[in-house]
Write a protein that binds this ligand. Structure first.
Ligand code: SF4
Length: 282
């Protein structure tokens, strides 16, 4: 069985950077905390916690010197201000590409544009983008959820995208916005690693009998990669680790494509490959 691994599989630049920052920070003698998970992957979170960084769900007052690590997805201005007020030293591991989205949104807002974010309302990155602004942004996740009445009253809108969005889906939303708002300024803020992954997954399922997408079920970008793959090849499977692979998926298969979300560690990818190889050798 031939195994074709996507060149874009696994950690993106922003995740790798955030993990390196976290590990460096953990070597510090002060207690280090992070609000939620550093990235959406259980194995990475386990490693970070093993290094001594504690996960918390809210900021608290304290007398000891402490460090708050800001995750790759970023956070709102309020969170940052609150952390400083409560005495945390802040180490910012926000991905520079997410920071770029913050900067674009703030600039557009200062120029009088109403900000529209295309992305998942509940995702930390979107909360972080919205939380940079002085005015309330409109967040749209899919065409059928566009608040038509509300957007029709907007004079000029500045549109930014969650970095891991799918451009085809975004295009449908954008067409509706353009038809209903006088002036729309659009910034394609899908990051480069996401584009590379999405381009590869348009080909991988067509060239392989089976596709295995590796990543946590909590990872939004893995979910999107899987959805694209599944729409092109019904024999697409989404696994979090090698343990979830079923031998029956690969019976009589001559080639298998493998890809992985931006927060999937290389060790997990290697384990999956090892397991698949063990089937073909058996
Ligand atoms: S997916 Fe893109 S924006 Fe998100 S951390 Fe990776 S490089 Fe940064």
């Amino acid at each position: 069985m031939k195994i074709n691994l996507a060149t874009s599989a696994g950690f993106c630049f922003g995740v790798r950077r955030a993990i390196n920052i976290a590990m460096d920070t953990a070597r510090n003698n002060k207690p280090v905390f992070m609000l939620g998970d550093i990235v959406h992957n259980e194995e990475v979170v386990r490693q970070i916690q093993k290094a001594g960084i504690k996960k918390i769900y809210r900021l608290t007052a304290g007398r000891r010197e402490r460090i708050l690590l800001i995750r790759a997805h970023g956070c709102s201005r309020d969170t940052l201000q609150k952390a400083k007020k409560l005495g945390y030293s802040v180490i910012d591991a926000t991905c520079p590409m997410v920071k770029e989205i913050h900067a674009i949104a703030k600039k557009l807002e200062n120029k009088g544009f109403k900000i529209i974010v295309i992305g998942d309302k509940s995702h930390d990155e979107v909360k972080g983008i919205v939380g940079q602004l002085k005015t309330k942004a409109v967040v749209i996740d899919k065409p059928e959820n566009i608040p038509l009445k509300k957007i029709s009253s907007i004079g000029k809108a500045g549109v930014v995208l969650q970095s891991t969005q799918n451009l085809e889906k975004v295009q449908k939303i954008f067409d509706i916005l353009r038809a209903n708002i006088g002036k729309v300024r659009f910034h394609n803020t899908i990051c480069k690693p996401t584009r590379a992954k999405q381009n590869e997954i348009k080909v991988l399922p067509l060239k392989n009998e089976v596709v295995i997408v590796i990543g946590s079920k909590s990872s939004a970008n893995t979910k999107r990669i899987y959805e694209i793959s599944k729409s092109l090849n019904d024999k697409s499977y989404w696994v979090n680790s090698s343990r979830e692979i079923k031998r029956s998926w690969l019976d009589t298969v001559k080639n298998v494509g493998i890809t992985a979300g931006a927060s999937t560690p290389e060790s997990t990818i290697r384990e999956v490959i090892r397991k698949i190889k063990s089937y073909s050798c058996a």
